[in-house]
Design a protein around this ligand. Structure first.
Ligand code: HEM
Ligand SMILES: [Cu+2]
Length: 853
């Protein structure tokens, strides 16, 4: 094992001879422990380290899951016997809507991010993710948004129209009075922000914070799945955000996107929702499979067969899942050619899914399987999921779906997939990783009890629903008449649901039971091979004692003396000399060390930023516009303050010795830095939302013979083209500012930043002035409404671009940005590439396209 490949003379073992001196090591450990210590008392809640935030996140997601589970049980009580009146029709509607919504948005997706925040850094031998404060911010957004959405049912004002909120039922006051849909839309939009923030964090973490030597093809499979799933979130959530924007504009201001009487179309919502909603299913399922990919090799005591098959299958599933959305829309009267295509594509996704299952089975068959509670849950997961997959293949066939659509057959199918494909693997993961996180094992005996209650209860609850569905029992209906042979299957389902819930309560009991008095489990109890099991039983916040050099996929099995070398600090960063939290940043492909990154520590800023941003959404729900505006200003201020104090800090020295004779820079900007990647990835998501709005415009163009309508005045040419010219000038100013600042022209660069900001504001103003001056009234027809949306979106982005340039100017004036230390302007220049493209596409669409048709 030599570091020669990083251009360092071959050194093995310790660089510093004194690393072997126990006294030296104790000093290092004391410093590391102090630096990574979680804050005490009420300040504990200012923690940002992944070990704290990840645990809060996981616990909160489970709390929401229990809440939604209780709603599920209440529905089952109501349906246990015919013509029951335990729940009123209205309350039943609220119950299933919140149940589905909370399970999907507050449990299934966040649990992935939560678990990944806990175990990913450990798996990558990193001390933390690159933006711990972003994770904390995301967590607080999730908590606030989730409580807001769940709380609505206690005021009997929860949404009532199902977890996909179809208009026109939900857009028009006469069908849905009250705030229900607004709570759904604004609450969830806020939570989506948190999900996307976590996705950015996880992608950058996986790409840039791997340990030296861990090339992409040596990553634990879990990390591959994180990459695929977080990437999917980036492309799947923004279309829903775009849909939410259109939806809220219709609810709040009567802009008719989904109202056919004024040129709108409710099907547009279905497209945007399911372009999100189908990938969502795989966003939920793949991370669970990822847990299996970690558990199976451990209990087979051999490396997983077919590593590259798994990676290909995961990537393939991710891709294919974006081409299936219309299978949720078979009954909407799509053209039959589309039906054929989407049906075939839906069947095709069974192939990569099957590959993953077969790889697991093959690994188990060729290994010596050790039976254990995690393995029980893995087997249960596979059995249930395969059944759900089979009914999936059935409903993917168009004529079958026409029969089964909106019946309990679909309810059965979706629970088989979600519970087999997600809940069981997650519980397996809990039993598997509990000792790594807490140092103590969960009870085997109770684990078995929990498993059998859950497995039997689940099948008793959901298997009969296939029959009640085929017999015609519709979903989302609060009761049914006696004498239709539906009584027995419904009663069985209700009993099963309670048995299942009892099993799950055993798991909850196990998790909450104090274990302080029990002995620690041995380190790496399951004898696993992957790096996260370096965790010691009385783990400190620091994660790993020293950041290892990785040369194999299962270093604990395959690298000689690995654990001892890590523990004795013989690898990188064994110390915290300057009392700063630090971790390594490496190259994207081959994990060559690139930087020693200082990561920020505890703060309440992220909490306040989340509270204020939450206030924006909550006040908007109730139309308290003044309060909304004030919160928006305060939230922006809080975020700027957070960035100002906590990012792009100029270090006291340019480089640092990280051990083993390796010296790394402390400050890096441009494509080698984590911030640049975060900006890039965020902007990819942002552009996806924008393109979804553009899709809306062209969608209306394809469904209407006259769009733009012959008698409609467009926004004209003059103002849109002026706006584009101004924005492009601002783009040029931003790019020049970056280059001239780097070349030492600080004064000129400041002028360019100021000028660019002003130009950008002017451009944004010109863009909204265009539809205003030509008198486009968004309430009259969907055409002016779409023009307005594109103009406003672009204009807001121009304002943000201006704010960023002014921020850079202030940083430069305050001496926090210099020709060498230019992270701020380098990231802002990257934003401006996206901004320029956005403006060009928006202007081409609203001003030039009408001339071409
Ligand atoms: C205690 C366990 C559960 C029970 C008893 C249960 C029960 C039900 C019932 C009876 C419905 C149909 C309501 C209706 O159409 O009238 C339903 C719908 C649904 N469930 Fe569950 N469920 C459970 C767990 C889960 C889990 C773990 C998930 C996802 C992770 C989930 C996701 C959904 C979704 C998305 C719907 C559709 C809601 C809608 O139609 O808008 N459920 N559930
Ligand atoms: Cu689907």
């Amino acid at each position: 094992m030599s570091d020669a490949r990083f251009g360092i003379p071959g050194i093995t073992g310790a660089t510093h001879a004194d690393q072997e001196d126990p006294a030296v090591r104790q000093g290092q450990e004391a410093r590391l422990a102090k630096v990574w210590e979680a804050p005490k008392g009420w300040r504990y809640w200012s923690a940002v380290n992944n070990t704290e935030v990840g645990i809060w996140y996981t616990a909160t997601a489970f709390a929401f899951m229990l809440f939604a589970g209780v709603l599920g049980l209440m529905m089952r009580v109501q349906l246990a016997v015919p013509e029951n009146d335990f729940l009123s029709a209205n309350l039943y509607n609220q119950a299933y809507t919140l149940h589905g919504t909370v399970m999907m948005f507050l449990f299934a997706v966040p649990i992935f991010e939560a678990v990944a925040i806990v175990i990913l850094p450990q798996m990558l031998g990193a001390r933390d993710l690159p933006f711990p404060r972003l994770s904390a911010f995301g967590y607080w957004c999730f908590l606030i948004g989730g409580v807001f959405v769940c709380g609505s049912i206690f005021f009997s004002s929860a949404p009532t129209s199902g977890w996909f909120m179809y208009p026109p039922l939900t857009t028009q006051e006469r069908f849905t009075p009250g705030y229900g849909p607004d709570i759904w839309l604004l609450g969830l939009s806020f939570i989506e922000v948190a999900s996307i923030a976590a996705a950015v964090e996880l992608i950058v973490g996986t790409l840039k914070c791997r340990p030296p030597g861990m090339r992409l093809n040596l990553m634990p499979l879990y990390a591959w799945y994180v990459l695929v799933v977080a990437g999917m979130i980036l492309f799947a959530f923004p279309p829903l955000i775009a849909g939410d924007i259109l939806f809220e504009l219709e609810r709040l201001f009567n802009w008719p996107f989904f109202d056919p009487e004024r040129g709108g179309d409710p099907i547009l919502w279905q497209h945007l929702f399911w372009i999100f909603g189908h990938p969502e299913v795989y966003i939920v399922f793949l991370p669970a499979i990822a847990l299996l990919a970690m558990i199976v090799p451990t209990f087979a005591q051999r490396p997983l067969l077919g590593y590259s098959w798994i990676v290909l299958a995961a990537v393939g599933t991710g891709f294919l899942s974006f081409g299936l959305w219309a299978h949720h829309m078979y009954t909407t009267g799509l053209p039959s050619i589309s039906l054929g295509f989407f049906s075939a594509a839906s069947e095709a996704v069974a192939i990569p899914t099957g590959v993953q299952i077969f790889v697991f089975l093959a690994t188990l068959l060729t290994g010596r399987v050790i039976y254990s509670v995690p393995m029980l849950f893995v087997s249960g997961a596979l059995a249930i999921f395969v059944l759900g997959g089979l009914t999936g293949v059935m409903v993917a066939i168009v004529p079958f779906d026409w029969q089964a659509h909106d019946t309990y057959f679909v309810v059965a199918h979706l629970h088989y997939v979600l519970i087999g494909g997600m809940l069981f693997p997650v519980v397996a993961g809990i039993y598997y990783y509990w000792p790594m996180i807490t140092g103590r094992k969960l009870s085997d005996r109770l684990g078995k009890v929990a498993f059998w209650l859950m497995f039997v209860g689940f099948n008793l609850a959901f298997l009969p629903m296939h029959w009640s569905g085929l017999m015609g029992m519709p979903r989302r209906v609060w009761t049914y008449p006696a004498g239709l042979s539906l009584d027995l299957p419904n009663l069985l389902s209700s009993i099963g649901a309670f048995v299942f819930a009892a099993g799950f309560l055993v798991v909850v009991f196990e998790a909450l039971r104090p274990r302080g008095h029990l002995p620690y489990a041995p380190r790496n109890v399951w004898n696993a091979g992957t790096p996260e099991w370096l965790a010691d039983t009385d783990d400190k916040g620091w994660g790993v004692r020293s950041i290892p050099l990785i040369t194999t996929r299962y270093p604990l099995w395959e690298q000689p003396n690995f654990v001892d070398d890590v523990d004795k600090g013989r690898f990188y960063l064994p110390d915290a000399e300057e009392m700063q939290r630090e971790t390594l940043v490496t190259g994207v492909l081959d994990a060559t060390p690139a930087q020693c990154l200082r990561v920020p520590g505890p703060t309440f800023m992220t909490f306040w930023a989340a509270v204020l941003l939450g206030a924006v959404f909550i006040f908007a729900t109730f139309h308290w516009w003044l309060a909304t505006m004030v919160s928006m200003v305060l939230a922006t201020g809080a975020i700027i303050l957070w960035l100002w104090r906590g990012t792009a800090i100029i270090p006291e020295k340019p480089t640092k010795d990280v051990g083993r004779g390796l010296t790394l820079p402390l400050y890096v900007s441009g494509p080698r830095s984590v911030g640049w990647w975060a900006m890039l990835i965020t902007m990819i998501g942002d552009s996806t939302a924008f393109l979804s709005l553009v899709f809306g415009y062209y969608f209306f163009f394809t469904i209407h013979v006259d769009f733009p309508p012959a008698d409609a005045d467009g926004p004209g040419l003059f103002w849109p083209l002026t706006a584009l010219a101004l924005v492009l000038a601002a783009w040029l100013a931003a790019q020049l500012a970056l280059r001239i600042n780097r070349a030492g022209g600080v004064g000129a660069a400041r002028l360019l930043m100021a000028g660019g900001g002003v130009l950008s504001l002017a451009g944004g103003a010109a863009l909204v002035y265009a539809p205003f001056v030509t008198g486009l009234d968004p309430v009259t027809h969907v055409y002016p409404a779409t023009v307005w949306v594109l103009a406003i979106w672009t204009s807001v982005h121009a304002a943000v671009g201006a704010l960023m340039l002014f921020y850079c100017l202030a940083r430069s004036l305050a001496g926090r940005m210099t020709p060498v230390h230019d992270i701020d302007i380098s990231n802002v220049a990257l934003y401006w590439h996206f901004m320029a493209a956005t403006a060009a596409i928006a202007v081409a669409t609203v001003a030039l396209f009408p001339l071409a048709v």
